[in-house]
Write a protein that binds this ligand. Sequence first.
Ligand code: HEC
Length: 105
Amino acid sequence: MKMMFALICFAAISGTASADVVAAPNPATYTWINANIIQPKCIGCHKKLFKTYDSLVGTVKAGRPQDSNLYKMTKSGMMPENGEALTDAELNAIQSWIADGAKNN
Ligand code: HEC
């Protein structure tokens, strides 16, 4: 019975999460950044560079957003190339994720 209850709760939570655009947690997580920034705005050109957590984390220095290519290139507006610059909320998410250690979370 306990198990059944847990399953129903899980279904309810995941159902809500996929239906709406979810605000970034603070600090942001890899999962949020991947789903909301990398997949929709970067993966078209960066299939290999951003394919996995390990490849993405290769473009950052954990704990130091200002020294991380991922943050510098987006903050400066150089990336996404030929696309609209990221919003402040998206930049803040990248910044907070790197500052928090660029975890695989
Ligand atoms: C239209 C194609 C295109 C899109 C979309 C794009 N990029 Fe790039 N990106 C490039 C190209 C080409 C280069 C390599 C040339 C250079 O370094 O200037 C590059 C280089 C980079 C680099 C430096 C590579 C390294 O090894 O550190 C980073 C970081 C980067 N992009 C991040 C992003 C992010 C984040 C996004 C999404 C917000 C994005 N790019 C979207 C084309 C693109």
